[in-house]
Design a protein around this ligand. Structure first.
Ligand code: ADP
Ligand code: MG
Length: 697
């Protein structure tokens, strides 16, 4: 057996189990070694029944003497009662609610290990365990007991029918038979961070030393666990740092800033930039001046004014004789950006053109010809832009909005349309720091942390759906004052017909029953592009007063006259998502409101809603959202390029991430060390498989 042996050939696995394991991403012996327990249990307190005392937690090995489903009235609970006896001849009772699943396995004479808290059954005077953990033991294998009881045992997440018990057995076997992986972590790093060697770490994560602190173990803070977590982050960060260094070293375009460019920018700006906008603008300008490609992430809360910063970068590129591409995730947003850039840049006599899937073939053809001929300075579009037949005469700057909807590949495709163009990625969602360090680790980050002056805070209120009539009359009042309102309906997946139907039904209800006198529009992802545009335009110029929409309006929509955002079934949205939606109002001079309508809430949901009502800080909300939903769900999609971390947890292990990143950078910056050489080699071999999408160029 070696590390590359497919699991199918490992004793006790076979083809069927191998398939189940493969579905969990476990294919080789090496994968299995890295399949860490998710918690640990102290089973050192192994006792005979006659030694047990009420109140203690203990492990007992005993045989079933009798069992029954308890009487008529308790049937609803499926109460299953079993009596056990061991060598001491004393009796222990155990009860499981919903215990039907045990009725076939816990038959008389079956030998089991029970783990749980001991109580006293006051009516019978016998000792009792309620809902103990139970493991069926084979008849007299001593080895079994050695593995599963009498010590601190590892608990693995089950895979299909492969229980934690089976995993424990497999691990014991593999740890005995397989060689340990080569420890590629540089010695200097290990010394500096006092990390144990890899083999020891792997062994002890599966089989903790006797006497180890259980709490530390369950918090994943033993040196051995930290070592494995560190590894995952370290290799990821090394890869990102190398990628970044490589990109930085490439030859790119240098865009010097002349006095004339400063004048042009001044002429374009419709208002005085905030301090934060000026600062990030400087960062971007400095970066664009370098003769290397820029790879920069521009982040800032909703409404912080990222677009104008991007427009300034565009001016720098254009004045240097280059073209600019602006890539947006949706047709609606592309249309918005197009209008915004056009308004700003036509003052400077630049030519701005749209290119989206909904342009007619003729229009497309003409625009493509003009792009290729260099007659268009700025083209704004959706992924129609990255299609093969779009050729630029001289692309110098690519601005990508709402990056997480595209993923890394599209970014690369756009870059290929020019000779190492500069890239500015804008994201509408503030990204928790740990996530930014992993997903966008190869980008430099500029953050706008200040809102333009004069913004009135949006008042956010939580209303139970039973009181929704009150919300509707408030909406009617605002409309009477000349304002407009959004009513957003949760559609989890825009491609789901059922969900969109529900939104349509809501639209009919509101337009016919609730607001018969008011013009109501409908906007959702399944509408044909043309209708989407009409719906958006009608709302923008005030022909419709209420826009019933799904989350397609989440990003970028800018209608300053809208002052109310009603979010139905708000408990079904992520926090960051609601914050984005809320950012659609309060864009003009009017006091604006966000109303979160929910059904009955449990404690967690109430906490979530309260976070939104009390905080307007997108970064704080994003952190909370990530904590509540997990990093994978944070972006609403699993394919957003979040590297596959196995043991490491971005929330729990943020400190380990910081140190791993510091070490990775240090190593990559000390260019000529031989350690770096072997690190590069290791990454080339392991990166793709481990971290999926993220590639070292
Ligand atoms: P976001 O960061 O959400 O993309 P936008 O770029 O859409 O924000 O800007 C939000 C609104 O604030 C826009 O209407 C924009 O014109 C306005 N704005 C941006 N910066 C300033 C500023 N410095 N002063 C006044 N208004 C500004
Ligand atoms: Mg925006």
């Amino acid at each position: 057996m070696d590390l590359a042996t497919p699991l199918q050939y490992v004793k006790g696995i076979g083809p069927a189990r191998a398939q189940v394991l493969a579905a969990k991403g476990l294919e080789t012996v090496l994968d299995l070694l890295y399949y860490a327990p998710f918690r640990y249990e102290d089973r050192t307190n192994l006792k005979r029944i006659d030694q047990l005392a009420p109140g203690e937690k203990a492990v007992v090995i005993a045989r079933v003497s009798s069992s029954k489903m308890a009487g008529f009235r308790r049937r609803a609970l499926g109460l299953f009662e079993v009596r056990f006896r061991d060598d001491s001849r004393a009796t222990l009772e155990a009860r499981w609610f919903h215990g039907e699943r045990y009725s076939e396995s816990l038959i008389p004479d079956r030998r089991v290990a029970l783990f749980g808290k001991v109580e006293l059954n006051r009516s019978t005077g016998t000792l009792l365990m309620v809902q103990p953990e139970v493991e069926i033991l084979s008849d007299d294998e001593r080895e079994d007991e050695m593995l599963h009881t009498g010590k601190i045992v590892a608990v693995y997440e089950a895979a299909g029918k492969i229980s934690t018990r089976v995993f424990r057995k497999l691990m014991a076997h593999v740890l005995n038979e397989a060689p340990m992986p080569h420890d590629a972590l540089p010695q200097s790093v290990r010394n500096r961070r006092q990390l144990p060697d890899l083999a020891t770490a792997i062994r002890r994560v599966h089989a903790p030393e006797p006497g180890i602190d259980l709490r530390q173990l369950n918090e994943f803070r033993t040196p051995e666990q930290v070592r494995l977590i560190f590894d995952e982050f370290f290799w990821l960060e090394c890869g990102l740092a190398l990628k970044k260094t490589k990109a930085r070293a490439a030859t790119g375009i240098s865009f010097p800033i002349t006095e004339r460019i400063r004048e042009q920018i001044k002429a374009m700006l419709p208002f005085k930039p905030t301090g934060a906008q000026r600062r990030v603008m400087q960062e971007i300008a400095d970066d664009m001046k370098q003769p290397h490609p820029m790879n920069r992430l521009l982040q800032g809360d909703v409404g912080s004014g990222k677009t104008i910063v991007a427009a300034q970068a565009a001016v720098i590129a254009i004045e240097n004789g280059y073209q600019v591409a602006v890539l947006a995730p949706t047709e609606i947003l592309a249309a918005q950006h197009y209008l915004y850039f056009k308004r700003l840049l036509e003052k400077l006599n630049y030519v701005v053109a749209p290119l989206t899937g909904s342009s007619t073939p003729r229009e497309k053809q003409q625009i493509k010809r003009m792009i290729a001929g260099g007659m268009i300075h700025v083209v704004v579009g959706t992924h129609a832009l990255i299609q093969e037949d779009v050729a630029f005469s001289n692309l110098g700057l690519a601005i990508v909005d709402e990056q997480h909807r595209f993923g890394v590949r599209q970014r690369l495709e756009l870059m290929r349309k020019g000779e190492q163009p500069d890239v500015l990625v804008m994201t509408a969602t503030p990204i928790p720091r740990t996530l930014a360090m992993t997903i966008y680790g190869d980008l430099d980050v500029s953050t706008i942390d200040e809102l333009p002056p004069g913004r009135r805070p949006i008042l956010t209120k939580h209303v139970q759906e039973t009181a929704v009539e009150g919300v509707y009359s408030f909406v009617a009042q605002e409309i009477a004052k000349g304002r407009q309102a959004y009513v957003v309906y949760p559609v989890v997946d825009e491609s789901e017909t059922e969900a969109v139907k529900a939104a349509e039904k809501m639209f009919l209800h509101l337009s016919e029953k609730v607001f018969p006198q008011i013009s109501v529009g409908l906007l959702h992802g399944k509408l044909p592009a043309e209708q989407k545009e009409t719906a958006m335009r009608d709302f923008q110029n005030g022909r419709t007063k209420i826009l019933v929409a799904t989350t397609v309006i989440e990003v970028g929509v800018d209608v300053p006259n809208a002052s109310v955002m009603v979010i139905e079934q708000a408990e079904r949205f992520g926090l960051a998502q609601i914050h984005q939606l809320r950012g659609r109002v309060g864009r003009g001079p009017y006091q604006s409101y966000c109303v979160l309508v929910t059904g009955k809430l449990n404690d967690v949901a109430r906490e979530r809603i309260r976070t939104l009502v009390e905080s307007a800080d997108g970064f704080y909300i994003a952190e909370m959202d990530m904590k509540l939903r997990g990093p994978g769900e944070f972006f609403g999609t699993k394919q957003s390029g979040i590297p596959g971390l196995r043991l490491a947890d971005l929330i729990r292990d943020s400190e380990v991430l910081e140190t791993a990143r510091a070490e990775a950078r240090r190593l990559v910056e000390e260019k000529d060390s031989s350690e770096l050489h072997s690190v590069v080699h290791y990454i080339q071999e392991h990166w793709q498989r481990k971290y999926g999408l993220v590639q070292v160029g």
